[in-house]
Design a binder for this molecule. Sequence first.
Ligand SMILES: *Cc1c(COP(=O)(O)O)cnc(C)c1O
Length: 352
Amino acid sequence: MKMHNFSAGPSILPQEVLKKASDSVLNFNDLNLSLLEISHRSPNYVAVMDKARHLVLELLGLEGKGYSALFLQGGASLEFLMTAYNLLPLNGKAAYLDTGAWSAKAIKEAKMLGNVEIAASSKDKGYNYIPKNYKIPDNTAYFHCTSNNTIHGTQIKSFPEVDALMVCDMSSDIFSRQLDFSKFDLIYAGAQKNMGPAGTTLVVVKESILGKTERTIPSMLDYQVHISKDSMFNTPPVFPVYVSMLTLQWLKDLGGIEAIEKINNTKADLLYNEIDSNQNFSGTAVKEDRSHMNVTFVLTDDSKKEAFDTLCKNAGLSGLKGHRSVGGYRASIYNAMPLESVQTLVSVMQQL
Ligand SMILES: *Cc1c(COP(=O)(O)O)cnc(C)c1O
């Protein structure tokens, strides 16, 4: 049976990327060697890393603008700490926007290193909206926000203008929509939502902001160390970086972010229209803040759960269960999700 993969992460990848990735495991670049068994310093692999880093800056429109792209390890969760290590001056202050479970974790890590203020929070309503019209305290070294709240299904549509460095966790919507990425000084994203397999984290950082905290930073946590070694300070996660590179190339061939954004809007509109017009369902995020990547909804009548779950199962719809902390349903409709899969979900919703 054809499956439709709505998993929130690790999540769907383009079929052609999976095919190329699996070929590389047996015979990479016609070397008659596996990608998994060659040196990361061999020219064939160095070319992969260079291409991946280059594609990131190209797709984001950041080439020649003083940014470096790094493929690191430790997930977005380690970036919660690394960003503070590299950007929060001793005795300095950072401001965080608290929009969900991931923001809260980022705040917790940064607090270990210094003074953190919460610019605004939507915790009062179970994180179902994005706070607006908040003030960022004076003398803030950086402002940190989460562009898309994977668990709660909300997304920042308009970013604040801030008089501080702008740091953003874009784990679940990077490369999904056009933004002026040069407004951000540091962007990070775990690969496994919208870019590749689990095991690598993308960091895009403006080089001129680094080296200003007067902290002693352990080598593995120091962005400048990773930049100086072209993201090869230690053995990189060779396979996740390769598959991310293939996915970025797939996106470029498709027409880049501009082209995928149109498809993403079509998919999201289709699904939200169904949620709003079908009396069996109700969306959980405030309408104006709805995510185009993670669509969260509940049944209006819980007694229909078994019937709906069975319909989903029979149609090959997988990964729709909401996050364990919020319940309900969540359809993750990342870049690689075909329109056809969203159409299938909508027709199943109409059968209930
Ligand atoms: C999944 C996710 C994380 C955590 O990523 P890991 O790679 O598991 O550490 C952080 N932030 C956001 C927005 C996420 O969706």
